[in-house]
Design a protein around this ligand. Structure first.
Ligand SMILES: Cc1cc2nc3c(=O)[nH]c(=O)nc-3n(C[C@H](O)[C@H](O)[C@H](O)COP(=O)(O)O)c2cc1C
Length: 329
């Protein structure tokens, strides 16, 4: 969860409890002293720091890092994470078409995030044809997820969106089989989005999923790296406060309605005060708002000026908890 929501404290705690703890590489160095002068340099340094710290907390557990495909200089981030011994790289917000070439020779596992079955088909075929390999797992993220969503706005408001997505999960579970055979390895399918109970988890495991990825339930933990003010927005929000927003990344996102989002809607755009060089394709003169600034404001607790990413189930949580309790539940 970026920016700064899942750093070493949360990822380390999840790994310690037997999950795979996932750091977010998105502006991971936002607390570094030189971040404003040179965000990329600060971020690359912070990758190593957070991997080391997460490992100390995890005591032997597995640590991954999420690097979004839209990240400016994506390859430099992948290489830095590998150089610091990351166990797996997860990429969403676009498809990681070149990841196998960038990570060539490394033992690191490579895990794309896909949403509709079409994106799974594209990445499986492309990696096979161009890189002669298959993903080490696929994360299938559904329409109830938080942050950027791999669906079009029209798909998200379709009343049958969840049923259609279940069909896509079934298709993807079948789709990986010939690649498992060809490359003589398992390709675990991990389901994500709106999984908030053991029953939800079992539902997907019974369908054939190998695991689940959860985000929103971890935001309201003591260990989550975000400010308490951000966590409080989850504890206090109601179902109707959770909306689909436009993101400068060019994908729809899910967030809690606040003053900032109302302003963007009213004014059409909020011009950025500075550029944090976060994305490959962003024109500061045209962007709707600065996504880095909005997300940094969220993690730092400047709630009225923040983009408050959340999953569809954020309204279900009304008290703070711990990583251990979330995983036990
Ligand atoms: C606050 C927040 C930030 C997120 N940031 C990212 C991100 O940077 N990259 C990404 O691939 N997914 C991101 N996600 C999506 C999650 O990784 C996850 O797949 C999804 O939210 C799971 O659904 P859940 O939140 O209902 O458990 C984010 C989700 C949340 C709630």
């Amino acid at each position: 969860m970026g920016i700064g929501v899942s750093l070493s404290s949360l990822a380390g705690a999840v790994a310690k409890e037997g999950g795979i703890g996932v750091l977010s590489a998105a502006q991971i160095g936002y607390k570094e002293k030189d971040f404003l002068e040179n965000p990329e340099k600060a971020n690359l340094r912070a990758i190593g720091k957070h991997i080391r710290r997460a490992r100390e907390i995890a005591g032997g557990g597995i640590i991954g890092i999420n690097i979004m495909a839209v990240t400016k200089n994506y390859a430099a981030y992948v290489k830095e994470a590998i150089a610091n011994g990351i166990d797996l790289i997860i990429t969403g917000a676009g498809l990681p078409t070149e990841l196998p070439a960038i990570a060539k020779g490394a033992a690191t596992k490579l895990v794309p995030i896909v949403s509709p079955a079409k994106s799974a088909r594209v990445i499986l075929k492309l990696w096979d044809r161009k890189h002669h390999t298959a993903p080490d797992a696929l994360i299938v993220e559904g329409p109830k997820a938080g942050g950027h969503l791999g669906f079009k706005y029209d798909q998200l408001i379709d009343k049958d969106v969840n049923e259609k997505h279940e069909e896509d999960i079934k298709k993807i579970l079948e789709m990986v089989k010939p690649y498992e055979e060809k490359y003589k390895k398992e390709i675990p399918v991990i389901v994500a989005g709106g999984i908030s109970s053991k029953e939800d988890m079992n539902h997907y495991m019974d369908m054939g999923a190998a695991g689940i990825q959860i985000a929103t339930p971890f935001v309201v933990t003591e260990e989550c790296d975000a400010s308490q003010a951000y966590k409080d927005t989850y504890l206090n929000c109601k179902k109707e406060d959770i909306i689909i927003v436009k993101s400068p990344v060019g994908l729809p996102g899910r967030a809690i309605r606040n003053k900032f989002m109302e302003e963007v809607k009213k004014k059409g755009r909020i011009a950025p005060k500075r550029c944090y060089q976060c994305m490959e394709h962003c024109n500061p003169k045209e962007t709707l708002y600065c996504i880095s600034q909005g997300l940094i404001n969220a993690v730092e607790g400047k709630i009225d000026e923040a983009l408050l990413f959340c999953g569809a189930d954020a309204w279900k949580y009304d008290q703070m908890t711990t990583v251990k309790k979330v995983i036990e539940r």
